[in-house]
Design a binder for this molecule. Sequence first.
Ligand code: HEM
Length: 434
Amino acid sequence: MRLPPGTSGLPLVGETLSFIGDIFTFIEKRTAAHGHVFRSHILGTPTVFISGPQVVEKWLDETLIQREGAFPAPIQELFGGPGILPLMDGAAHHARKKIVLAGFSREALATYLPVLQGLIEALLAKWAAQGPAKVLDDLKLLAIRGICTNVLGAGEAEIAQLVADYQFVFRAFTALPIKLPGTPFKKGLQARDQILATYRRFVEEHQKAPGSDGLSRILAAAAPDGTRITPAQAALELHHVVLAGYIVYAELAATLQQLAQTPALRQQAAAEVRAQSPRGPITPAQLRQMPFLLQMVNEIKRTTPNVPVSFGRARIAFELSGYDIPAGWNVMMAVVEHNFDGIFTEPRKFDPDRFSLERAEEKRHPHAFAPQGAGAMEGHKCAGYDYSTVFMQVFAVALLRDFEWELPPQDLSLRYSLIPPEQKSGLLVQLRKR
Ligand code: HEM
């Protein structure tokens, strides 16, 4: 057997402690030392980490890699069990994905856009009326408000309750998985139960009186064999979708930061906004007319550390890049490292022009650019890919239309112990209406 390079760490715990302490640096250091395929032992399971377009191509082969059983047990529990998209395989996954994607179709996104614009403009007006302030917490609220309004049609009181419950779930993700009364993990599980009960109630109400929000679309959609999603399945998917929707805040923070720090970027993006969408409702057609805006959003997605890994498990023993991967080992795609692969020119440099028509670096390989998972949308690629793009585009347009802002001196380095990593300063911003 030729196992990938790396180490199994200490008996029993393996390398779990350094992994949990900072997943991003853990992967970056070992990729630099060992290359695109390395092994470790974390959370009780021998694990291989992979990155790079060629390696990921093979990882996407469903006969080699399954999703079932790929989440560490505590994470699966916080998501509510095994019955969610990232842990499903084959026809069952295909059918569920088609149904969930009905909530994020092009037509659905067009109806979400005005709601997002309203939420964003209200927040920017609030910032402009105050002095310099830390904005990360507001961005978190904005992201969760966006997804809860768009998908659930939730009102302010319901959103406030969900936000309160999710605080416990987020805390539990980075806590030791001890289920004694009063521990952060136990509190996270209790909050999860409350959230799922809320979603089952939302499903019942939507079944009685459907609207045009994401949940109504998901409940109305049928799988290829004509079956529909059950209320319990819908509640689980909603829980995943809201957790995923929340992390868009890290991309919004990076948008604010990149535009403030790079005058040339701001000028070019602002010129496009002035030409295509100077005022009034921001429309999908306008967004399509702003290619530089999309280049910028793509480069922010590529360079902003957010979700560190996609999970998989070796269905059978197989060979990868000359190494033997034993059956049953976890095989994780290191998403952040993957997007810094040498297939890109100067991969660590922030350079939106790499996505221009002339350079089109993302086309150097079908899996070169995969900030939200690799492969096809009907596969395991992120269901919120276009939703997050639109959210970031509308945020940037609203900022560039009417505001000037600067970042007073502060520590902008990222705290990598958090997922997603956050600016240590809380992102202090001074925003003014132009
Ligand atoms: C920019 C923020 C986001 C990032 C970085 C991100 C990243 C990811 C990654 C890495 C995966 C795993 C792909 C794989 O297993 O191969 C994923 C899956 C998924 N994401 Fe996202 N995501 C984001 C936002 C969203 C949003 C806003 C939603 C919902 C609206 C969402 C819903 C999902 C779903 C449902 C899956 C599972 C897809 C499947 O297994 O078929 N994500 N995402």
